[in-house]
Design a protein around this ligand. Structure first.
Ligand code: NAD
Length: 483
């Protein structure tokens, strides 16, 4: 066994709601299996939020995380009401936990599922996309959220998914995006997926538009192996996948960074069942198993995992897994942990036993920013105007427009309303007015400043600008509908 291995320091948070009871069950199993860990307990979540710290985590907790670099976290409760930042998003971004990996496996026939052959791993980008949290109210009618997809962030997660597939003997990596609509952001993600796939010729690939991909995942998950996707899509599809694999109480996830790694169940703090000793500790236990693999305690990880599988096979189930007539006995959280402890040393008979081999950590490649020629070719000026008449706005803008610009079009919610708009189109108070350079004339920042200066003098309420660039001659912005 591992008793002569010096214990690895890990940071542990007992969390809120069902967190403390499932964490206590998991730590008892780890202890019984002689995992060589030295837990440092930190306090995060509801109490820290309610003490006035809007991020839910204080400085001493960060110190522990930066010291141990391994975090076993129970779910926490985000208090209702505004002003509280998501602790998970804060931890992921602060510690650079760029890859969220969620295995979603069916345990048929012992756990009821419509998809007995399901075995999907979802690799979700964890730091960018709409989770950048850059939101603004710009007019009376309109709020916006910036979707940021970056080349380094996308390259890193896509390469991680392929490396993961190669390392775990997986056969296929599927990319989910919505690049038929978001040609710049999701288009970049899809293009990079196709480029990086060429470095892994032994792995099959395909691409799915997120909506039909999600429908197929919910209907026929056996057709997927590893799925890589951006942050919001990954958030949604991984909950769908966990739910249809059997129970939300079984799902675990690892949040992987170059320096730190966080392990947790996928479910939340389930406050309505807290304190009743009925929660399923399995999601957190499987996260702890992944943690043991991560810190190199492979035998202990396999011993616990196999004992857990054998427990499921014996029909000893918590309430969420229990099916009358099929399960043997319904157990509470702590009794289920006791059952897993009793099964330590046993192997499952029907489910495939698990063994872990030492693997190198997946390395990230240094990012090489490509050399590109960037040219300013125009500007979108966003105007706040409650007058629904696009022609009147065009007239006011044209009166202030001088060389080197010409007004090319006005859109409202992305639909062209000038020139040649339709009277049927509903217009808000948020207008995008596209100005481009006259033929062959190079544009400079001063030109934009001068244009905005004239708008200001004329009382036009500009609320933001987006510059239009080409990169090596390729347009770096979307065309307006009808342009
Ligand atoms: P939830 O996952 O807590 O609960 C959803 C449903 O699943 C509930 O019916 C619950 O009883 C059940 N459930 C969840 N875990 C279970 C388990 N281990 N065993 C048996 N049943 C289980 O989601 P929610 O209700 O949307 O959120 C509750 C709180 O959790 C919120 O404050 C939310 O912010 C927080 N949350 C935290 C995390 C995290 O810390 N990683 C993740 C999601 C939600």
């Amino acid at each position: 066994m591992v008793s002569n291995v010096s214990p690895t320091p890990i940071t542990v948070a007992h969390g809120d709601g069902i967190g403390p009871e499932i964490m206590s069950a998991v730590l008892r199993i780890l202890d019984a299996a002689e995992a060589a860990i030295a837990p440092e307990v930190i306090h995060i979540g509801e109490q820290v939020y309610l003490s006035g710290n809007t991020s839910g985590i204080d400085a001493s907790a960060w110190d522990s995380l930066r010291r141990t670099r391994v975090f076993l976290k129970a779910p926490i409760t985000t208090p209702q009401g505004g002003g509280y930042k998501s602790l998970n998003v804060t931890i992921r971004k602060t510690l650079g936990l760029y890859a969220n990996v969620r295995p979603c496996v069916a345990y048929s026939p012992f756990i009821k599922t419509k998809h007995p052959a399901m075995d999907v791993v979802i690799v979700r980008e964890n730091e960018e996309d709409l989770y950048a949290g850059i939101e603004h109210r710009q007019t009376t009618d309109v709020v916006q959220c910036l979707k940021l997809i970056t080349r380094p962030g996308s390259e890193r997660i896509i390469r991680y998914a392929f490396e993961y597939a190669r390392m775990h003997g997986r056969k296929k990596v599927s990319c989910f995006s919505k690049d038929n609509i978001m040609k710049e952001t999701d288009g970049l993600f899809h293009r990079l997926f196709d480029e990086i796939a060429r470095d892994y010729p032994e792995i099959a690939t395909d691409h799915w538009i997120i909506d039909i991909g999600c429908a197929r995942l919910a209907d026929t998950p056996e057709m997927f192996d590893v799925i890589v996707t951006s942050n919001l899509y990954g958030d949604i599809i991984s909950d769908v996948a966990a739910q249809i694999s059997g129970s939300v109480g079984l799902g675990s996830s690892v949040n992987m960074g170059a320096q730190c790694t966080m392990f947790e169940a996928i479910h939340g703090s389930a406050p309505t069942i807290a304190g009743q000793d009925i929660a399923n500790p399995s999601g957190l236990l499987l996260a702890a198993v992944m943690m043991l693999v991560h810190i190199g305690q492979l035998d202990v990880a396999a011993r616990i995992h196999n004992a857990w599988l054998a427990t499921l096979e014996s029909g000893l189930h918590t309430a969420d897994m229990f099916v009358a007539g099929e399960s043997q006995q319904q157990l509470g959280t702590q009794a289920f942990a006791d059952a897993v402890i009793k099964h330590l040393g046993m192997q499952p008979q029907t489910l495939k036993p698990v063994s872990y081999t030492a693997r190198d950590a997946i390395q990230t490649l240094p990012y090489e920013r490509p050399e590109v020629r960037k040219e300013l070719v125009g500007v979108d000026v966003f105007i706040d105007s409650p007058n629904p008449d696009a022609n009147a706005l065009a007239e006011a803008l044209l009166a202030q427009t001088r060389a080197p610009f010409k007004l090319k079009m006005i859109t409202n919610r992305g639909v062209k309303v000038w020139p040649d708009g339709f009277p049927e189109t509903f217009c808000t108070d948020h207008w995008r007015c596209r100005f481009v350079g006259l033929e062959n004339q190079a544009l400079r920042h001063q030109d934009i400043v001068a244009l905005l200066g004239r708008f200001s003098e004329a009382g036009l309420d500009f609320i933001k600008t987006e510059h239009l660039y080409t990169f090596d001659g390729v347009r770096g912005y979307s065309l307006g509908q009808g342009e």
